[in-house]
Design a binder for this molecule. Sequence first.
Ligand code: ATR
Length: 277
Amino acid sequence: SDRYCVFGNPVGHSKSPLIHAAFAAQCGQDLSYEALLVPLDGFAASVRAFVAADGHGANVTVPFKEEAFHLADRLTVRAELAAAVNTLRFDGAEILGDNTDGAGLLRDLSVNLAYSLAGKRVLLLGAGGAARGVIAPLLDHRPGLLVIANRNVARAQDLAQRFTTLAGGLVPRACGYPELAGQSFDLVINATSASLAGALPPLPVAAGCFAPASLAYDMMYGQGDTPFLALARAQGAARLADGLGMLVEQAAEAFHLWRGVRPDSAPVIAALRARSG
Ligand code: ATR
């Protein structure tokens, strides 16, 4: 069977092996998929070793997505825009780098959550790799406004700047958290890594960033509300979604790149939800 893997550090809690095994069974594809723990200074060597051992493709997770971007011989347009790679395909000696995170988020929003971005006021929290990967696909869906808020405002400005020249024309705005006071949004996406440290992005207290009928979306997921979703609920967000759907959708997109078939993500999302209670 064809070999695939996810490279990460840590990688032990990755759900990707489960997700891809489910996709393979569903689509009748003969493949294996394992989680490989990579030493922090050993990413390139691990990729080469996996290619030499007849690996066909791989996912890349924390903290190697930028290194994967530099390692790839060829990049898809969306990986180029994200300046990060979460999916590799080994085409003979050539390494193709792709980024399916943004497509995963947008598919979760538009298909699974039936949320239309057209004309909506969107607030993106964070200006790191996770935020960068979703900006172009968000802009593709024609929101009315996209604000990028970050503690380090210069980072948010750099990011907004990077996406000002995209065809379609909406220019993202950048700001710090205090400037959010008095503004409200239809969709608020948490793309910070704050939750990893058990922290919250410093939204202005009780300042009504969540418009009536707004959707709060956390790229993180866990059992029950994530801390960000609990905050959003308390501040009046009407709908809450965690990142489990995005996780499965980015995997489906990677599976499609590798195998040329698109799995049905819905039963896999449902199964993961049932497992985590
Ligand atoms: P990733 O690839 O997960 O995006 P990253 O590139 O290290 O990781 O970026 C982390 C993001 O989370 C940054 O936007 C960071 O904000 P700063 O640039 O101001 O540091 C944000 N972040 C991390 N911890 C945070 C916290 N406690 N509150 C708010 N933002 C936080």
